[in-house]
Design a binder for this molecule. Structure first.
Ligand code: DX5
Ligand code: ZN
Length: 213
């Protein structure tokens, strides 16, 4: 499976967002769009009115850190390729399946995300119905946090149980932690501060790709 670098625009300068995206576009594989509602997480980031103005040829992943993913998914589905929402918002398999179906009906790919302290079992129970999984390696809420290696067990479990689609790892990824994530079975690496916190974005992405070899 192809390894992919997915810059998270949360760490970009929003005053010149499209320029920031241009700087990573040639070297990245997709863009990661973090949406925060001030409820599911305390931060507020941006909504679909900002995402609609993003100019890029890269496929976009929308990571909804919102209490009501279904309420917002429609607006984002017009602009992005894949929508991730948090599995722990749903109490049982049936509710989760209903939400997956709803998002699928918007003609986008659908993925489930999960915070570090939540078990992967809920995702396992519906893994045949989804296109991808996003394992949080920091607590959802803001960029620049320290990577939590213990979450990699979840990636290993998903692969052991036969999940063959993309597994995204999100949070605290740098040249060192990207190797650990890759070895556990993840293939999409979300990177915020280790790309947009660096002056030379091309070099930053090259270093990450180098670490994956
Ligand atoms: C955290 C977000 C991440 C974050 C990653 O809530 O989901 O996508 O932007 O940023 P870094 O790479 O700085 O941890
Ligand atoms: Zn994210």
């Amino acid at each position: 499976m192809k390894n992919k670098i997915s810059p998270s625009i949360l760490s970009a300068d929003f005053g010149k967002l499209n320029q920031e995206i241009k700087e990573v576009e040639k070297y990245a594989d997709s863009l990661h769009i973090d949406v925060m509602d001030g409820h599911f997480v305390s931060n507020i980031s941006y909504g679909s009115v900002v995402v609609k103005d993003i100019k890029t040829k890269l496929p976009m992943d929308c990571h909804l850190m919102t209490e009501e993913p279904i309420k917002y998914a429609k607006d984002f589905s017009k602009h992005v390729n894949r929508i991730f929402f948090h599995a722990e918002l749903f109490r049982n398999k049936n509710e989760l399946l209903k939400a997956i179906k709803k998002i699928k009906s918007l003609k986008v790919k659908v993925g489930l995300a999960i915070n570090p302290d939540k078990p992967v079992s809920l995702i396992l129970s519906v893994m045949k119905e989804i296109d991808a999984v996003l394992i949080m390696s920091v607590y959802a809420g803001f960029g620049g946090q320290k990577f939590m290696p213990e979450v990699l067990k979840k990636v290993e479990i998903l692969r052991e149980k036969g999940f063959k689609k993309e597994i995204v790892i999100d949070g605290g990824i740098n040249e060192k932690t990207i190797k650990l994530a890759k070895n556990s079975g993840a293939n999409v690496f979300v990177v915020g501060s280790s790309i947009f916190g660096e002056k030379d974005r091309k070099k930053a992405i090259q270093k990450l790709n180098e670490a994956l070899k």
